[in-house]
Write a protein that binds this ligand. Structure first.
Ligand code: KG4
Ligand code: ZN
Length: 329
């Protein structure tokens, strides 16, 4: 029975997970409090996490109908993320682990995004992960559990970041992804946009695409915003689908997992599923695509299954006070 905590960015979340079952997944989204700044303000995020973390943990226990004495482990996101924000979750987790004398499991946030898919499907190795969030865009080849070979990475912006920046150009609120998806439904993908480094299988690039959109918004042609949104989304979907397609040529896999906030986007999901066709393509449910603590609990279970020595989870280091299990560094 794991209590998992996630505070890496602007969602304060706590969850109870037991044997791959999510008993609760409580979340306080700070979005409305960052919106007027057009993005996440790190210092504000830390303060809000500190304000609400206790309440969210209580809610997670309560809605799972679980008491502190039922817990066997505490898991917490230890990075990557905003350092001040991470600190709040880590401090809460360490306090609980020390007080309750339970092992503390520091979890890599990206592993959380990947293992979110476990909520709906068993992993079939070897598999290919496409992870697209606000901070990362990667293709990862997994030969086995907890074996991560990064086969493509972004050279500049992350995919989610490009959604956020294009949204801002169109006068839409942060985070941009859901607003662009909504607006795109009213437009048509009629504006040609570049597909940078199309033939490079090991890299993504979104900054040229972003600049192209900026030029279009500033052009004299007065394009409809809905058409710009639809064209941008369409181009991103093709970029993602094409990179996955190139990777599938090189790696013989049994499954493709799409994870991270960008895959909350139904259009992008559909384009990729059509492109990979015969391969089993798994996308976590919407609430598990964006940041949440349940995914951290699911990844922690994998650590527990694969790393027998729990002492490895409680080592200290200077930066964040916790360390990954040695094998994961
Ligand atoms: O995984 P996530 O919640 O947080 C990070 O770890 O970064 O991803 C957040 C990102 C944001 O950039 C947001 O605009 C994007 O995911 N996003 C979307 C959608 N929902 C969230 N992008 C495209 N379409 C969406 N529906
Ligand atoms: Zn994330």
């Amino acid at each position: 029975m794991i209590l998992a905590i996630e505070t890496s960015c602007d969602e304060t979340s706590a969850a109870i997970v037991r044997q791959s079952e999510i008993l609760s997944n409580e979340l306080y989204s700070q979005i409305s409090r960052h919106r007027k700044y057009g993005g996440v303000v790190p210092e504000l995020a830390s303060r809000i996490h500190a304000e609400v973390i206790d309440k969210i943990i209580d809610q997670a226990l309560e809605s799972a109908n679980v008491g502190l004495s039922d817990l066997t482990h505490i898991a917490v996101t230890s990075g990557p993320g905003l350092e001040g924000a991470l600190m709040v979750g880590i401090a809460a987790a360490q306090t609980l682990a020390n007080t309750l004398k339970l092992p503390l499991i520091p979890v890599n946030h990206l592993h959380g995004h990947i293992y979110a898919a476990k909520a709906i499907a068993s992993f079939r190795f070897p598999l290919l992960v496409c992870l697209a969030s606000g901070g990362h865009t990667q293709l990862i080849y997994m030969k086995n559990n907890l074996s991560f070979e990064i086969v493509a990475n972004t050279m500049d912006d992350a995919c989610g970041e490009s959604f956020d920046k294009v949204a801002r150009m169109l006068g839409l609120e942060y985070p941009g992804g859901p607003h662009i998806e909504k607006l795109a439904k009213e437009g048509s993908p009629s504006i040609p946009l570049p597909h940078p480094i199309k033939h490079k299988p090991e890299a993504f690039s979104f900054s040229g695409l972003k600049t192209a959109v900026l030029q279009i918004t500033q052009s004299a042609e007065n394009y409809a915003h809905a058409d710009i949104a639809a064209s941008f989304q369409h181009t991103v979907a093709n970029i993602m689908a094409h990179k996955i397609y190139l990777a599938l040529d090189k790696f013989d896999v049994k499954q493709v997992i799409l994870c991270g906030g960008v895959f909350a986007n139904q259009f992008i999901q559909a384009v990729i599923k059509k492109k990979v066709q015969s391969i089993d393509c798994v996308v976590p449910p919407l609430a598990l695509c964006t940041d949440n603590a349940a995914m951290i609990g699911l990844a922690a279970e994998e650590y527990l299954t694969n790393y027998s020595n729990s002492c490895e989870f409680v080592q200290c280091n200077t930066r964040l006070g916790v360390n990954f299990p040695r094998e994961l560094v």
